[in-house]
Design a protein around this ligand. Sequence first.
Ligand SMILES: [Fe+2]
Ligand SMILES: [Fe+2]
Length: 280
Amino acid sequence: MSILDIPTLHQPPKKVAPGTFLIQDIQHALGAPLSVYLNSAVIQGAEPVIVDTGSARNRDQWLQDVFGLVEPEDVRWVFLTHDDSDHTGNLSQVMDACPNAMLVCSWTLVERFSNAYEFPLRRCRWLNDGESLDAGDRTLVALRPPVYDSPATRGLLDTSTGVYWAADAFASPVPGGPGVTPIDTVADLDPEAWWGGMVMFGIHALSPWLSMVDATRYAACVKKVQAHGMSTIISGHSPVIDGPRVAQAFEMMGRLAGSEPPPCPDQTVLDMMVAAMGGE
Ligand SMILES: [Fe+2]
Ligand SMILES: [Fe+2]
């Protein structure tokens, strides 16, 4: 068994608001009854938007899911949050398939990712944190989440639906290994497991500097993002966060600075994983 054989589970696109769909990919963890979402999104409307471009490993299914919701020639915007492989995996396929699409990115993103992708600069629109984009029937605001793993990161708030795409923020594993369909909203998560997952991913997988920041200033930053009044949070690596869970998620996010994560998996854990794979 190789690392490419880690089982994945397909779930169809999930409607989270009128014309707004979560594109779902789920990767099961090795050696633990847990799974991780690898999501992206599509916003239909006067000027359809693809938000992040999924993983190369899930390319065929991802393209099928996305272009089942929007015709390639109708896509007007491709919003890229940051330069990680689980968000840029099908970028070149999308830009080739969607001749009328502009790529919404930033100087930071182009600087960091030009080694892997030849940006069509005449088709790019640079949008910094706090700036907005007129997408015909809606205004989209680039809004950096408080937790992130690339300085290029900007989330995307659709002010017409209140749906906020939070990039990597609010990441948490969900219960359910191979053969088990994971839950799809955080309301189904055990609260302790949700908090533990957010701490583990927030500190070990995204922002290890959380232990160094001033907790009060950090909490104020979280409040500033929350003040935009989003009603639903979707993101790359979380079940849907909606209803009263939005406030709860922000409250948890505000406590991440200074929180103690469990130990980061080490060589002992890797040895166990390799043994479980048959020693290959
Ligand atoms: Fe990332
Ligand atoms: Fe990610």
